[in-house]
Design a protein around this ligand. Structure first.
Ligand code: FES
Length: 370
């Protein structure tokens, strides 16, 4: 982006901020960068320029994206929204940031291209669009970095990462961040893929293993021949876990499809591992008793076994949402009464509170302020 365009973006944002209520203003605009909080952050829509495109596997590409000046720095494991317009309709998807976080310069703002990695999904509107239309020179609307699936600020005596398919993208970034920071604890990196050829970042992982004695990538191939063929789940993983692993201090990070993550999460919980962090790429399958949900402001009521986002849509409502899998928090809404179960954690909470509709299932009668 040239200097004129950067200045014009800055001026536009300054003007925009001047209309925001006081609590959302930051007052921190300077040639060194912008800062965004609250309302300002949710309404800011930066445009990034594709500066590089690389094939990772037969169905996966990485795109380097140069964000506008002053774009915030990010942590490994975070994601961005990418918005594209297809046949006049705006579609938004979340992609993990797979490049190295920029060095902290200009007061903590990114100065390097971002990188996202996109697997072409069967019938995936946005992934197919990016594969077919995003090339060097393309401009893409993105968001600021989001998400709290990052390396926890706590002491760890070792790390276990488990991923499947494109779930490798955030955990690869996190493992690499630990190694770049000089971490000397053992890092076990278990990954499930169809075959060796379909492992995203395989060459990078093998290079990390060659250059770091404490890094162990281990692959599970579901479509390999003979003894190479094995699935990754807690049953196949448990025999590989060393008996010396500390349940209290081994930090575990899981990412992949819902049932894959749920199986591992339950397995580690049964073995009393205390530090388990998960990101679900799809929701795990659920069986639930039918419950009555009352949407008070819309005067709608229905009996459902679905999560509350699907329930609201079935009732003809259009609640705000994004990822539909518990990551973006766009679907947050207020519950007036009743109990809900969090589909990802299994935790049941009662009474008046804010909840994420897409990962909440009613337990008995629930009243929502929608
Ligand atoms: S839609 Fe993203 S958290 Fe519910």
């Amino acid at each position: 982006m040239n200097q004129t365009a950067q200045t014009s973006l800055m001026d536009t944002f300054k003007l925009f901020e001047s209309f925001l209520p006081g609590f959302a203003r930051t007052g921190l605009f300077s040639p060194g960068g912008l800062r965004y909080t609250g309302v300002a952050q949710s309404m800011y829509r930066p445009v990034a320029l594709v500066t590089h495109r690389a094939a990772e596997t037969a169905d996966t590409i990485s795109l380097s994206l140069m964000p506008p000046s002053g774009y915030p720095a990010f942590r490994a494991g975070q994601h961005i929204d990418v918005a594209v317009e297809i046949r006049g309709v705006r579609h938004v998807r979340q992609y993990s940031l797979t490049g190295a976080p920029a060095q902290s310069v200009n007061g903590g703002f990114a100065s390097e291209p971002l990188r996202i990695t996109v697997k072409r999904q069967h019938a995936g509107l946005v992934s197919n669009y990016l594969h077919d239309h995003a090339f060097v020179g393309t401009r893409l609307e993105i968001s600021v970095p989001k998400g709290d699936f990052v390396i926890a600020d706590q002491e760890a005596s070792g790390y276990i990462f488990c991923s499947a398919g494109s779930g490798i993208t955030p955990v690869y970034a996190m493992a690499r961040e630990l190694l770049s920071a000089g971490n000397k604890e053992d890092i076990y990196f278990y990954h499930a893929a169809r075959s060796a050829e379909s492992v995203i970042f395989r060459a990078e992982l093998e290079h990390l293993a060659e250059t770091h004695a404490n890094f162990y990538p281990i692959f599970f191939f579901s479509e390999a021949d003979g003894s190479e063929k094995r699935r990754l789940n807690f049953e196949t993983l448990a025999p590989l876990l060393g008996s010396e692993l500390s349940q209290a201090k081994t930090a575990i990070y899981l990412c992949g499809p819902g049932d894959f993550v749920q199986n591992l999460q339950d397995g580690f919980a049964a073995k009393k591992f205390a530090s388990v962090h998960s990101e679900f790429y799809t929701l795990p399958q659920q069986t639930a008793e039918a419950s009555v949900v009352n949407f008070l402001r819309s005067a709608a009521e229905l009996v459902t076994t679905d999560n509350l986002l699907v329930a609201a849509e079935s009732a003809g409502l259009k609640p705000k949402h994004g990822c539909r899998r518990g990551i973006c928090h766009e679907c947050k809404a207020h519950k007036k009464s009743g109990a809900v179960k969090n589909i990802l954690t299994g935790k049941v909470t009662q009474g008046e509170e804010d909840i994420q509709l897409c990962v909440s299932q009613a337990v008995g009668k629930v009243e929502m302020d929608i």
